[in-house]
Design a protein around this ligand. Structure first.
Ligand code: COA
Length: 331
């Protein structure tokens, strides 16, 4: 039976580091408030002109190099982002072109913080059915340009950030390895608890000067509501995916939770009864990069030697939609 294996991982972040003190200079906040409530110490934001596609390209080159392969060996691209460079087309085609990957299919997945897990499930289905062999999954976000960098936007501006992660996937006949199971969900009742209202095709024009003046182009979040749901749905989903894969929590070598907020990760860990060494967090250095948090963390774990062949890995995400889900993998 064919399964999907990880052949290489990579990540990239802008070189511009924005610290909590930097934000405290332009809005009414403090390093103490941000670290206590979110765990974040610093994040990376793009410079003028630096795009999500450019970040994805750097992450993809790193993943291809780690896999010992090149763009010519790719059969498809799945690109997860909630912040494409333009309204249309999606960013997959920009990555295809900039990689010089030939006229292979390239699709965008727009499921926000759950983007990487959803993208992985599409790529996994393509590989297991034999439709495509080598699939590049890239997840990249530029959230900083949707931030209101003033006191009015402080509940999101201190959290969200920019970055990219990528993985090269391919088939394996080694029954003991690869992606084992997914658990995916949505609940659109909460669509407007974490969203960007405009530009939108329901408006004519898609964004008006009045809407801009009201700040409706900024990311808006009901933080308490997101928190309340995230700490329930993520552990529930990890339990479900491990059960589907045939493992208990004791078999779990590593859980990579979406890096929404360190407090959320800590509550997920406590709910699941996991030890510190079983959960990976890096939000302190990157903030919340939406779809990119999990592949950035995965690449750091791989490069630090935290995963050996046979290890059981789970990843779980929750965010805007609400959309959430998990994957179980035997490394
Ligand atoms: N600095 C200082 N004060 C801030 C602030 C900031 N950056 N952001 C908000 N505040 C203030 C609020 O204005 C409020 O002031 P008030 O009491 O005078 O009205 C006070 O802090 C408490 O705000 P509240 O939103 O109730 O705080 P909270 O305890 O819920 O923490 C979050 C806010 C955003 C940290 C928290 O809700 C959270 O982590 N939610 C989940 C967010 C998340 O993970 N999003 C991504 C999901 S993918």
């Amino acid at each position: 039976m064919t399964r999907t294996a990880f052949l290489g991982t990579g990540h990239a972040v802008p070189d511009r580091v924005v610290t909590n003190d930097d934000l405290s200079r332009v809005m009414d906040t403090s390093d103490e408030w941000i670290t206590t409530r979110t765990g974040i110490r610093e994040r990376h934001w793009v410079r003028e002109g630096e795009t999500g596609a450019a970040l994805a390209l750097r992450a993809s080159h790193a993943a291809l190099a780690a896999a010992g392969t090149g763009p010519d060996d790719l059969d498809a691209i799945v690109y997860a982002t909630s912040t494409p460079d333009h309204f249309a087309p999606g960013n997959g085609v920009y990555l295809q072109h900039q990689l010089g990957a030939g006229s292979i299919p390239a699709i965008d997945i727009r499921t926000q913080c759950s983007g990487f897990v959803y993208a992985l499930s599409v790529a996994d289905a393509w590989i297991r059915t034999g439709q495509y062999r080598h699939v590049l999954v890239a997840a990249a976000e530029v959230q900083s340009t949707a931030m209101d960098v003033s006191t009015a936007g402080r509940n999101t501006a201190v959290i969200f950030a920019d970055g990219a992660g990528a993985v090269v996937l391919g088939p394996t006949d080694d029954a003991g390895r690869g992606i084992l199971a997914f658990d995916l969900h949505s609940d659109g009742r909460y669509a407007e608890k974490l969203w960007v209202d405009v530009p939108g095709s329901m408006y004519h024009p898609r964004v008006s000067p009045e809407q801009l003046a009201e700040g409706r182009h900024f990311l808006q979040m009901d933080g308490k509501e997101v928190f309340r749901h995230a700490v329930e749905r993520m552990p529930e989903s990890v339990r479900a995916v491990l059960q589907r894969a045939g493992f208990g929590l004791d078999a779990l070598k590593l859980l990579i939770p979406h890096q929404a907020n360190l407090r959320i990760s800590e509550m997920v860990q406590r709910n699941l009864g996991l030890r510190d060494d079983q959960v990976y967090n890096n939000i302190m250095c990157y903030g919340n990069t939406t779809a990119a948090t999990i592949p950035i963390a995965l690449d750091e774990c791989v490069r630090a030697g935290r995963l050996a062949p046979g290890d059981v890995l789970a990843m779980t995400a929750f965010g805007s939609g609400f959309l959430w889900g998990s994957a179980a993998i035997r490394w």
